[in-house]
Design a protein around this ligand. Structure first.
Ligand SMILES: *[C@@H]1O[C@H](CO)[C@@H](O)[C@H](O)[C@H]1NC(C)=O
Ligand SMILES: *[C@@H]1O[C@H](CO)[C@@H](O)[C@H](O)[C@H]1NC(C)=O
Ligand SMILES: *[C@@H]1O[C@H](CO)[C@@H](O)[C@H](O)[C@H]1NC(C)=O
Ligand SMILES: *[C@@H]1O[C@H](CO)[C@@H](O)[C@H](O)[C@H]1NC(C)=O
Ligand SMILES: *[C@@H]1O[C@H](CO)[C@@H](O)[C@H](O)[C@H]1NC(C)=O
Ligand SMILES: *[C@@H]1O[C@H](CO)[C@@H](O)[C@H](O)[C@H]1NC(C)=O
Length: 761
């Protein structure tokens, strides 16, 4: 028995690369936190113990006492209490404690201990941003729902700014009776909107869950912010700012501080949220791909799912490269990021009459669009001047009164580059993208007239610069524009599949708005501005995740009896695959995005409310799935929190889980794969569906059996099989690594689309 335990390996204290937020305008300050206690050789370890069968361990106090009994005798008395960091009740059977390596080894050998490993330090991909604004947000995607009434969204993040107008409780009902949470601010800070706020940050200042970063206020406001009328950006674009589920309640679980998030703290936040009675959990954070048994978010999300709580997580910001996803478990909704149909439009006009559209938030009314000399300080190969890095333009005396071209990127934000140009006397700046960022432009609060343009526009502008005898340019400010027909597009930073841990599960699941999102912020640097009306614009899958958390709250409010898997199914099978112009959704290259970038497609909330059919999954269905991934009995036990013997279970390959999408791999000589699925009727009682197949390149045939489904009752289920047959012979699939298609069930009122990804090896 002992030898079956996972061995303790102190070398596994890898630093996670955390996709917590991606801010276009900022450098990726990547501060890792030292987990080790500075004053001693103590480090924080996560200790998994076997779930006590004894009913005596029913309360948290009893569990805490039990957990303490595993601590070494050397840490006796009150010292023992100080060694304990967090005790867990729901997310795992166990605790985190400060231990020496020898003590951790000794605990690993104790009876009833499953697994001991060092806590990982997660790092935060954000810095404080000085940019702030209040802006018209003007989108109301919730129109077919109850505004999320009665639903509680738990947000795990950097804390919250309680006084913000986005968290006003005007018109809010009181929290539901089941709510058990609490507010660790003073009694006036929480209200019927913000019903809970606690901090689980175990290092540094943990007095209150106040948001010292801004990120947590932003994600909370996006998920469930109240209507804020007359929000504005320095007088521009007045309008109403509002979250996705404006009548949902919010509970903040602060698990990150400005320098990062610790695994044990995230587990503690999840544990409390489950105990408190939240309905939806929103986590705009994650680490590297990990086995689910080693992944704190996967582990704790499973516990939440067992309790009927929906978990929405960001996919990560490591795109456009393949295999860069975080949060790949099938019980999580994994959300990628897309652009929205709004731009703060600004146009470059060159001396030859050519024009290029770009963006900036700072729209000066007193800038006269007269042609000025155009220069590129990097023209002679000076790399840092090309990037307009701080200090790089000091020796360039020739920039005065000119329009200066700067390359975007290299860790310095666009605003800082503009400051450098301004310091050098430049009149205006054109910020041009590198090829990776491609078409992604960002409206920023620049310090001078400026415009951020696409890579291709930049190439043309530089071409003009090198050929014109006296190059000239100016900038035209055009304000907010809604209705860009190419939107939504997949943003370049959005992490891409395939799913590394479980190739038979398509990830990401969905994309949602994550580029240039306006929402509540915690502080402006300029204190003359009213903090309660401060908004900021940032980008990342951190921003798309809470959009989907809000949508999940709307669905939960409309269908209180739906399981987390049913809600996910509704989101996936109704997603949009075309953009506003009716063309396939494109990526940052403006070519059609592949299925490992979009997942099912773009969220379409009003359709998700009424999906017709549901692919459901009960928590116990994940056990044969996990056994099929070849997890050991111990690993499965860590996830599902009960003893499992895979040898006595009929395990299934991952693609056979009743997931609303299908992901297949043809390897070697495999020529046919059959997949079964079961749907439940949640539409009209009498419904008839026929199957429609989008053909898949590289496959000879796709057969759906039966090809029609007939229902007489609500909640009636029907199963079907799909046979995928690979093309063989001369024109086989040697040059085709990936193909995609779909199987859609169509009735008079509904269209239920199951996206299919096929990888050939
Ligand atoms: C309670 O907290 C809010 C928000 O932090 C603050 O504005 C208010 O002054 C505090 N009230 C008291 C009585 O401390
Ligand atoms: C909106 O706010 C501005 C100040 O920011 C104020 O001058 C204006 O009267 C307000 N408008 C409304 C309709 O409240
Ligand atoms: C990702 O994989 C797809 C399909 O195999 C391929 O076309 C694409 O070039 C890859 N992208 C990157 C960035 O490697
Ligand atoms: C699990 O192990 C079996 C037997 O070794 C193997 O055939 C199968 O491919 C493995 N599955 C996965 C998902 O690794
Ligand atoms: C369908 O099942 C759900 C629970 O799974 C139940 O709440 C609902 O009442 C059922 N609807 C009908 C029409 O039977
Ligand atoms: C093989 O593919 C080529 C090019 O796509 C096509 O011209 C040819 O007819 C195909 N041959 C067969 C046997 O399908």
């Amino acid at each position: 028995m002992e030898d079956q335990k996972c061995r303790l390996s102190p070398t596994t204290s890898t630093i996670f690369v955390l996709g917590l937020v991606w801010i276009l305008s900022n450098s990726h300050a990547n501060a890792a936190i030292a987990v080790a206690d500075a004053s001693s050789s103590l480090s924080t370890y996560i200790v998994h113990v076997r779930q006590p069968m004894d009913k005596h361990f029913a309360t948290m106090e009893d569990l805490h006492t039990l957990y303490r009994s595993f601590l070494p005798a050397t840490a006796a008395g009150s010292n023992q209490e100080q060694r304990m960091v967090h005790s867990y009740q729901h997310v795992l059977s166990g605790f985190t404690a400060k231990l020496t390596a020898e003590e951790a080894e000794a605990i690993q050998e104790k009876d009833g201990v499953l697994y001991v490993r060092p806590e990982k330090a997660l790092s935060l991909h954000t810095t404080h941003t000085p940019d702030f604004l209040g802006l018209h947000r003007g989108v109301g995607l919730w129109k077919d729902s109850n505004f999320g009434k009665g639903v509680i969204i738990g947000v795990l993040d950097t804390g919250i700014f309680p006084g913000h107008s986005s968290f006003s409780d005007e018109g809010m009902p009181p929290p539901p009776a089941k709510w058990k949470g609490r507010c660790d601010f003073n009694s006036t800070a929480c209200n019927k909107k913000l019903i809970g706020a606690r901090s689980f940050v175990s290092v540094g200042n943990t007095a209150t869950p106040y948001d010292g970063v801004g990120h947590g206020s932003h994600t909370s406001g996006t998920a469930a912010g109240a209507f804020v009328r007359n929000a504005s950006a320095l007088g521009n674009a007045r309008g109403t700012a509002v979250g996705m589920a404006p009548l949902a309640h919010l509970a903040m679980y602060q698990v990150c501080n400005p320098s990062g998030c610790l695994e044990g703290d995230v587990l503690a936040g999840m544990d409390a949220a489950i105990e408190d009675g939240v309905d939806v959990l929103s986590l705009s954070l994650g680490g590297q791909s990990q086995r689910f048994s080693d992944d704190s978010i996967a582990l704790s999300s499973f516990s939440a799912t067992q309790k009927g709580i929906f978990v929405s997580c960001s996919a990560g910001n490591l795109g456009p490269y393949n295999f860069t996803l975080s949060n790949e478990a099938p019980w999580i909704l994994t959300v990628g990021a897309s652009s929205i149909d709004r731009s703060i439009k600004t146009t470059v006009r060159l001396g030859n009459g050519q024009e290029f559209d770009g963006e900036t938030l700072y729209q000066p009314h007193d800038f006269h669009p007269v042609l000025l000399p155009l220069v590129y300080p990097g023209v002679n190969g000076d790399g840092s001047a090309a990037l307009c890095l701080p200090g790089s333009l000091e020796s360039h005396s020739d920039l005065r009164g000119k329009v200066v071209v700067c390359d975007a990127g290299d860790g310095t934000g666009g605003v800082a580059k503009g400051q450098e140009v301004k310091n050098a006397g430049g009149a205006a700046m054109i910020l041009v993208n590198n090829p990776t960022a491609g078409y992604a432009t960002s409206p920023e609060l620049h310090v001078l007239p400026a415009v951020h343009v696409r890579y291709i526009a930049g190439r043309e502008i530089k071409g003009y610069l090198s050929t014109a005898s006296a190059p000239m340019a100016t900038i035209l400010f055009k304000g907010t524009h809604i209705g860009i027909s190419v939107a939504p597009t997949v943003s370049f930073f959005s992490s891409r599949g395939p799913n590394y841990q479980s190739p038979g599960i398509l990830k990401p699941d969905i994309i949602g708005p994550g580029v240039n999102i306006l929402a509540a912020w915690a502080f402006p640097l300029d204190y003359s501005i009213d903090r309660r009306h401060t908004f900021n614009i940032i980008s990342g899958t951190s921003m798309s995740c809470p959009h989907l958390s809000g949508v999940a709250a709307l669905l939960k409010s409309a269908h209180p009896d739906w399981s987390p898997a049913a809600i996910k199914s509704a989101i996936i099978t109704t997603a949009a695959t075309l953009n506003m112009g009716g063309q396939p959704i494109v990526d940052q290259t403006l070519h059609p995005a592949n299925i490992f970038a979009t997942g099912a497609g773009h969220i379409n909330p009003s359709k998700a409310v009424d999906p017709g059919l549901i692919y459901d999954i009960a928590p116990q269905d994940y056990i044969p799935y996990l056994c099929g991934l070849n997890y050991t009995d111990y690993e499965v036990e860590l996830i599902v929190k009960k003893v499992v013997k895979c040898s006595s279970i009929r395990s299934i390959p991952d693609y056979q889980l009743n997931y609303p999408s299908i992901s297949l791999k043809f390897t070697g000589s495999v020529s046919k794969v059959s997949v079964t699925r079961t749907v439940r009727n949640v539409g009209p009682a009498k419904s008839r569906y026929r199957s429609v197949i989008d053909p898949i390149l590289g496959l000879d045939s796709i057969g759906v059996y039966p090809s029609d489904l007939e229902f007489a009752n609500v909640n009636q289920t029907a199963s079907f099989r799909v046979d995928f047959t690979r093309r063989v012979g001369r024109n086989a699939t040697a040059t085709l690594p990936l193909a995609q298609g779909a199987i859609t069930w169509i009735s008079a009122q509904h269209s239920v689309r199951t996206p299919v990804a096929v990888v050939f090896e």
